[in-house]
Design a protein around this ligand. Structure first.
Ligand SMILES: [Zn+2]
Length: 282
């Protein structure tokens, strides 16, 4: 009887241990598989409070630069002040010629700078009944001669044009358009706005190609004139890429005297006269 009791008790204990072992093993398996899901669930519920209960997110954390982080002790001068100001670009025109922009050579004539009817330069005769500012006539002669020496056929089509001539041409065009001054102004420069009134502008064409349109730029003469004008103090006054500033269409034939110093700078930098004059307005 005593032995049977012991056996019964031992069997009970074994059963209990086995059950316990089963439960533990199952719990361990479950824990392994469900853990990520549980963790995710926990994070899902916790996350919305994170900004309040947990440490601030990187976006909210005060910015600490690596330099500050590695040297907790502030330097005697303190950390460099952060600046919103961009580093100023170096002035690309700091090397502009030292000239007096009010000098006669730089006079502007355009729709915003009208010359009065009393603007009458002293002019000297050129070939074919043309006239040019007496102070620059030799430069134009040398320019034309330079092209001829290069074997090119130069034909001077226009030079000094007085206010009265421009007024006559303009009024004639207005009459043609039934009094429409606006339309006329798109075809003929309004009196006072023509650079030819300065006596410093010349229209130069090829003797055998007198078409005054953009195609003239493809002639050997125009190419030579553009490449060498600055050597004689002239600039291509109405370049193709400056029409919005000059208000004048591309004119490969129209050259303007500004003196050698300014001409070299203007042609090298690819400016128009309006932009060049602007450099001296500050
Ligand atoms: Zn012209």
């Amino acid at each position: 009887m005593r032995n049977g009791k012991w056996i019964g008790a031992a069997a009970l204990i074994l059963c209990a241990l086995g059950l316990a072992a089963l439960i533990l093993a199952r719990a361990g398996l479950l824990g392994e598989h469900d853990a990520p899901e549980q963790e995710a669930q926990i994070q899902e519920t916790v996350h919305p409070d994170l900004p309040v209960t947990a440490s601030p997110s990187p976006a909210q954390a005060p910015a600490i630069t690596p330099a500050q982080a590695s040297s907790p002790e502030p330097s005697p001068d303190g950390p460099p002040e952060p600046s919103d100001e961009p580093t100023p670009e170096p002035d690309p025109f700091a090397d502009k010629p030292e000239i007096d922009i009010t000098d006669w050579k730089y006079v502007l004539a355009n729709q915003s700078h009208l010359l009065g009817s009393d603007f009458i330069p002293e002019v000297s005769p050129l070939e074919n009944g043309h006239f040019f500012d007496s102070r620059a006539v030799d430069a134009l002669k040398a320019f034309i001669q330079g092209a001829r020496d290069a074997g090119l056929s130069v034909y001077l089509t226009s030079s000094y044009r007085p206010y009265s001539t421009q007024e006559y041409l303009f009024n004639k065009k207005v009459a043609e358009y039934g009094g429409d001054r606006e339309t006329a102004a798109r075809i003929v420069a309004i009196p006072g706005s023509s650079e030819h009134q300065t006596g410093l502008a010349a229209d130069i064409c090829d003797q055998y190609y007198q078409y005054m349109n953009e195609s003239l730029a493809n002639t050997e003469l125009s190419k030579w004139m553009k490449a060498h004008c600055a050597e004689y103090g002239f600039i291509l006054r109405f370049p193709e890429d400056k029409q919005e500033i000059t208000g004048i269409m591309f004119e490969p034939w129209h050259f303007r005297y500004v003196g050698e110093e300014a001409a070299a700078y203007i042609m090298e930098k690819g400016l128009c006269l309006e932009e060049f004059v602007e450099l001296y307005q500050n």
